[in-house]
Ligand binder design. Structure first.
Ligand code: CAA
Length: 379
């Protein structure tokens, strides 16, 4: 057992950290305030190979392991989570899902542009009435021989406005329940596909989260991913890996807030000394450091298991649950360490606190992670 990162891992970690500090930091407050999509930064990330990190180079990807992806996500998430969520969905839900379960034709057609960030992908599972209860899909994909006719509405879709490739989960045969669900690849310019309202959110405000509408969209059958009825399993398997990405995002948020709190506690003086020398603050920093390190071990372990080809469903749920709870708790503490300054935008910690909340909600709420974990440990 080794806890040491390889030279290659360290290089990737540094490249992502530099990108976050040198490119993402500038303008992050304004982008968050005005909900400005970080289009240019995402393109640059693609050029650096961060949008298709685990994709085989023969499909235009970087051919790296999951741990590399986690290290990249963690570093970017210290600074800008609207950038890192786009990176996460594109890498682990769209590219990984297509590469693992797509046909050769689908991989050749879609992966090269997605992996290089020339095109962005979106994963469309959630609906107005199907969030945690994901088998209750109301969107329908009715079989018409050589195509499916797609009708319905998807909600809360990350990259909804910027994506051009959409993996859409829909019910084909309601009598078969979740075994009658399919995943279809929808392209932005297909007739009947409409990008609806953009959400005005608490956090990750510059990420483009949209409602999507499908009105009699004719989707060729060759655009179905996997066998007929594989759509729900596709979503579940893909989300297991996605949760590692969101766990890494939560870890990065907590780390970012901790670094800011630590630095501030060494500058700010009260009662004649730096505030970290007061036990009330020193103890907070100690708890932050410990909980973040524990979260890091869970997140890295889940990535490692995936890289070893071992089961990672339980580990990814544990990592996502724990890291997101740490992110929420410790960003609140980081604001507290900053006192009044923490409550204003200029000091960045209030944004990280708002961003932390979504990690307890998307890609399976904390409650859903507890469902998954409890089912595993009691079976
Ligand atoms: N891998 C493979 N198959 C799986 C699986 C997994 N990890 N988990 C479940 N399945 C299979 C089951 O084996 C079962 O199939 P069979 O009947 O053939 O055996 C089928 O899926 C249904 O499973 P359950 O009976 O366990 O289904 P359930 O209704 O009890 O729900 C759940 C399971 C875990 C709660 C699931 O509904 C779930 O994960 N819900 C949360 C959905 C979610 O994460 N949404 C996030 C939206 S995407 C997003 O947020 C992206 C973004 O934009 C950032």
């Amino acid at each position: 057992m080794t806890f040491k990162l390889t030279e290659e891992h360290l290089m990737i970690q540094k490249a992502a950290r530099d990108f976050a500090d040198n490119r993402c930091k500038e303008g992050v407050i304004e982008r968050d305030r005005d909900m400005i999509h970080p289009t240019k930064l995402i393109k640059e990330l693609g050029e650096l190979g961060f949008m298709g990190m685990m994709v085989d180079p023969k499909y235009g990807g970087s051919g790296l392991d999951t741990l590399s992806y986690v290290l990249g996500m963690e570093q970017i998430s210290r600074v800008d989570n609207s950038v890192s969520v786009a990176m996460s969905v594109n890498n682990s839900l769209v590219c990984w899902g297509l590469e693992t379960f797509g046909s050769e034709e689908q991989k050749q057609k879609y992966l090269p542009d997605l992996a290089q960030g020339k095109e962005i992908g979106a994963f469309c599972l959630s609906e107005p009435e199907a969030g945690s209860d994901a088998t209750s899909q109301r969107t329908t994909a009715i079989d018409h021989g050589d195509h499916y006719l797609l009708n319905g509405t998807k909600n809360w879709i990350t990259n909804g406005g910027s994506a051009s490739v959409f993996l859409v989960i829909a019910q084909t045969n309601a009598e078969k329940g979740h075994r009658g669900i399919n995943c279809l690849i929808v392209e932005k310019d297909m007739e009947g596909f409409v990008v609806g309202a953009k959400e005005d959110k608490l956090g990750i405000r510059s990420s483009d989260t949209h409602t999507l509408l499908f009105n009699d969209v004719k989707v060729p059958k060759v655009n179905r991913v996997g066998e007929d009825g594989f759509g729900f399993k596709f979503a579940m398997k893909t989300l297991s890996g996605g949760r590692i990405g969101i766990a890494a995002q939560a870890l990065g948020i907590a780390q970012g807030a901790y670094e800011l709190a630590l630095a501030y506690s060494k500058e700010r003086k009260a009662f004649g000394k730096e505030i970290h020398k007061h036990q009330a603050i020193g103890f907070k920093l100690a708890e932050m450091a410990m909980e973040i390190e524990a979260a890091r071990l869970l997140v890295y372990k889940s990535a490692w298991l995936k890289d070893q080809g071992e089961d990672y469903d339980l580990a990814s749920s544990m990592a996502k649950l724990y890291a997101s709870e740490v992110a929420m708790k410790q960003t609140v503490e980081a604001v507290q360490v900053h006192g009044g300054y923490g409550y204003v935008k200029e000091y960045h910690v209030e944004r990280l606190m708002r961003d932390a909340k979504i990690t307890q909600i998307y890609e399976g709420t904390s409650e859903i992670q507890r469902v998954v974990i409890s089912r595993f440990i009691t079976q």
